[in-house]
Ligand binder design. Sequence first.
Ligand code: KIV
Ligand code: NA
Length: 274
Amino acid sequence: MKTTTDFINMKKENDKIIMLTAYDYPSAKLAENAGVEILLVGDSLGMVVLGYDSTVPVTMEDMIHHGKATRRGAKDTFLVVDMPFGSYHGSMDTTLSNAIRLFQETNAQALKIEGADEVIEVIRLLSRTGIPVVAHLGLLPQSASVSGYKVQGKTAQAAQKLIEDAKKCEAAGAIMVVLECIPYQLAKTITDALTIPVIGIGAGAETDGQVLVFHDTVTYGSHHMPKFVKAFAEAGKEITNGLTQYVDEVKSGQFPAVAHRFTMKDEEFQQLYG
Ligand code: KIV
Ligand code: NA
């Protein structure tokens, strides 16, 4: 398993860091086998696999449930788990006990939290406690109903704040920063300004690494594909074809065939039921 130090060295050597979300055992296993270096149990699971309209309804229990399954599928991959909405916004006591619980129960290598401002103190507290923190800046899905679900950092002022925020995250002890949906020039500036790795999503090619949502990457059940996503496979189409064929073959009597059935000797059958 790669370590925080490995990721810092990868940044120095311009060896791109590969992060991908995973929410369960099979996706974690597939991603680990494909060479993904960091698995993120993102709270995007609320939308992607639980069918909510945002990440806001996601609970600690949801994150623990999916975090444990993901861990079981990828025992040798650096695992980051998102702290869900509200779990790090109350008192520092509650924040710390939620973080400890999530970190321990999922056996993660790090937790990720969104934002700067008040969140800087949270980064400091968790880091001092021994919980590595991945910061998340730019588009913040948990607070998008306030800040908007759109590209961030497009004015000089907003860009300057993002640069300062990223530096504050690093100073507070963050081991990595995720930048979501910001102009690539700004992402490059932030990447150059930090010692810790910067992982981008919708932030151009000049960050130290990339992260995407598993289901977007392979087009599996994903609804809306944002501009920054590339579909590397058509899993949804393959699954639809397979399932349609299953329905057709059972209806038509083609499945199960002789090859799929179990047999007992006729005379034994006669003895039992004849
Ligand atoms: O929850 C998530 O999937 C994320 C990534 C988009 C970075 O936070
Ligand atoms: Na997230």
